[in-house]
Each structure stands twice: as structure tokens, then as C-alpha cells.
Design a protein around this ligand. Structure first.
Ligand SMILES: [Zn+2]
Length: 173
């Protein structure tokens, strides 16, 4: 899945989660989701984050391979536990959700992912899969985009986002 599909799909589901829970759809929650949804591909030098990782991506790929360690549920759970023990900020929740959604989204890809690394190197995938940059991925992108707008408008998430942006900017100035 390409980076913009990860971002839009994760934002749409993240908005859905915010609309059904006490989590507020603020700028830090949204930023957490976006960063979390991009970070797992740090192990691919040609990915959006990989190209911006100042060479770190090559080292991760050499050490663990693409779609290795960073796409493991075990690693995600450890990271989530560490992060939550440090802070309960909306950014942390967004990041944890965004990261998990990336793993789930790649679970539906043809290549599959090693969900239980380092205990197992076997790659798992759903029985219905999409190809990276294929037609189905394009459909997923537009459907997620529409869903995001729909949830955002219906649950007044965009005004919440805008309010938090104003507060954030005020604090900066
Ligand atoms: Zn990935």
C-alpha cells in the first residue's frame, strides 16, 4: 500500500474510533495517526518515510528486511505498552492506533506480513488481498477518503480539529 492510502485509510478509521469513544479528534491525535501510519515502512528505503530517514531506512532493511520487525504485532504491543506507560496524550493514542492500522492494512496485501516476528518469520495475509498501487488500492483510497469526510462532517470532527489547531497556534505565538 502506498503512503497516501495508508494515511487516508488510517485517518478514516481513526476518525471512526474518535466518533465512538471519548478520544477527541485534535491536531495531535491526527498527527499521531499520520506518523504512526507511515513509520512501519521505515524498513523500505524507497518508501515515503524511507526516503526521508537520512539513511536509517537502509540500516533497518539490512538488519531485518522489508516488512519484517516493524510490521510485527509483538513489536507494536511492546511499543504501545512503553508509550502508554510514559504518556496518555492524544498523540500517543493516535500513534498507537495509526501504527496498528498500518499493520492491519498490510495484512490485506499480497505480500503479507510477519505478524508474530520474532517468534515466527512466517508471513500472514488475508484470503482477499490487494496489490500495491493496483486498482483495488485506488478504490480503497477513494472510499476511505469519502468515509473520512462523511464521519468528519457527521460527528463535527473537523470543527474539533480546527479548534485544536487554533489553540496550538495560539500557544506557539
Ligand atoms: Zn508497510
Amino acid at each position: 500500500m502506498r503512503y497516501h492510502t495508508h494515511v487516508v485509510t488510517s485517518l478514516a478509521i481513526g476518525a471512526g474510533i474518535a466518533s465512538q469513544t471519548s478520544l477527541s479528534f485534535t491536531i495531535s491525535y491526527a498527527a499521531g495517526i499520520i506518523i504512526g501510519s507511515l513509520l512501519p515502512d521505515i524498513d523500505e528505503p524507497n518508501s515515503y518515510v524511507g526516503r526521508r530517514s537520512l539513511g536509517m531506512s537502509n540500516k533497518v532493511k539490512q538488519a531485518f528486511g522489508h516488512r519484517g520487525m516493524t510490521h510485527s504485532l509483538i513489536i507494536w504491543a511492546i511499543m504501545a505498552a512503553v508509550l502508554l506507560s510514559e504518556s496518555h496524550s492524544l498523540f500517543s493514542f493516535g500513534f498507537i492506533i495509526g501504527y496498528l492500522l498500518h499493520i492491519i492494512e498490510d495484512f490485506f496485501s499480497v505480500q503479507g506480513i510477519p505478524l508474530f516476528w520474532p517468534f515466527q518469520t512466517k508471513r500472514y495475509k488475508f484470503f482477499i488481498t490487494y496489490r500495491t498501487a493496483g486498482f483495488l488500492e485506488m478504490v480503497i483510497f477513494y472510499l476511505s477518503f469519502a468515509l473520512f469526510i462523511y464521519i468528519g462532517v457527521n460527528h463535527h470532527l473537523f470543527s474539533e480539529l480546527f479548534q485544536s489547531l487554533i489553540t496550538f497556534l495560539r500557544r506557539l505565538l
